[in-house]
Structure formats: structure tokens, C-alpha cells
Write a protein that binds this ligand. Sequence first.
Ligand code: 5GP
Length: 110
Amino acid sequence: MSTLFTKIINREIPGDIVYEDEHVVAFRDIAPVAPVHIILVTRTEIEGPASVPEHGDHTHLLNAAKIIAEQQGLVNGYRLVLNQGEDGGQTVSHLHVHLLGGRPMGWPPG
Ligand code: 5GP
């Protein structure tokens, strides 16, 4: 059974895709919390950040984030967020990075 994000990657459900490469697909979040809120997801169905070391796909995600941030004109900076598990606020069990930008980010996060 495919994850929600794999269905977006495969165009089985609609998504506003802004970037694709061999390893990563990125699309706009359906419920944005910043002027720019893009989800970067691995083509491989990795469950979450805690599963990354054995796969090593974090490098591809970070490289893609840098490219997309430049494309989106986020010259003043941006925030990357990876949520792990229930307390981390992860709702989709498919490794992804939130790219947030277009406004100053507060700290600490909620
Ligand atoms: P998480 O909470 O797992 O870190 O992030 C999941 C993100 O996926 C949330 O920000 C949520 O708004 C987004 N999301 C959930 N369903 C959809 C969808 O069908 N399409 C898109 N584009 N984003 C979604």
C-alpha cells in the first residue's frame, strides 16, 4: 500500500509539484504555515527521520532543499523541519522535510 506522498509522486492524487530529481520530489503543502511551505519527500518509502541512517537519503533531501530555496527566492533564509513520531508531530509516515520561508521564523517552535 502506497503512502499518501507516493500517491502524489505517482500523480494518483493531485499535488502542486515544484521540483523533481532522481531521489526527491517536492510539492506545496496543502495547509501552508508560511508564505513558502514545500514538502520534500524521498521517492523511496522511508518511514521517517529515525530510519534514515541505513538509507542515507538525507543528503539528497538537503541538496534539493538548497536548490528549491534558491528557486523560491528565499535569500533571507529559511527553515527546514523534520518531524519524527507522535511527539515530533509526524502525521505522514514517509520521510519528508518541510521547507518554510517567506517570513521570519520564531523560536522555540510550538
Ligand atoms: P508531518 O506532520 O508528517 O511532518 O507533515 C505532513 C504534512 O503533509 C503536513 O504539513 C500536511 O499539511 C501535509 N499534507 C497532508 N496531506 C496532504 C496532501 O494531500 N497534499 C499535500 N500537498 N500536503 C498534504
